[in-house]
Design a protein around this ligand. Structure first.
Ligand code: SF4
Length: 79
């Protein structure tokens, strides 16, 4: 999972930090993601819930979440 914040969109409201302070922090006038928390996010359901709340709440739509993609390791199926 990768989380990115478009700093050109971020309004600096700090709502994300208030909802999920272990995931988001303010760096001047824009938010940043705590990369060290991404591993914990994979297994922590409360953190996942908070992330979803942030995504639903961010007034600027500045946060993007992308899942890791399995790039070609799958094998074709036999018939
Ligand atoms: S909630 Fe959105 S607009 Fe507000 S600081 Fe966080 S990323 Fe920026």
């Amino acid at each position: 999972m990768k989380i990115t914040i478009d700093t050109s969109k971020c309004a600096g409201c700090s709502i994300c930090q208030h909802i999920a302070p272990t995931l988001f922090y303010m760096n001047g006038y824009h938010a940043e993601i705590s990369q060290k928390m991404l591993d914990q996010l994979q297994t922590d359901e409360i953190l996942q819930f908070k992330l979803q709340e942030v995504l639903d709440t961010c007034p600027a739509g500045a946060i993007t979440v992308t899942e890791d993609v399995d790039n070609g390791s799958a094998t074709p199926t036999d018939q």
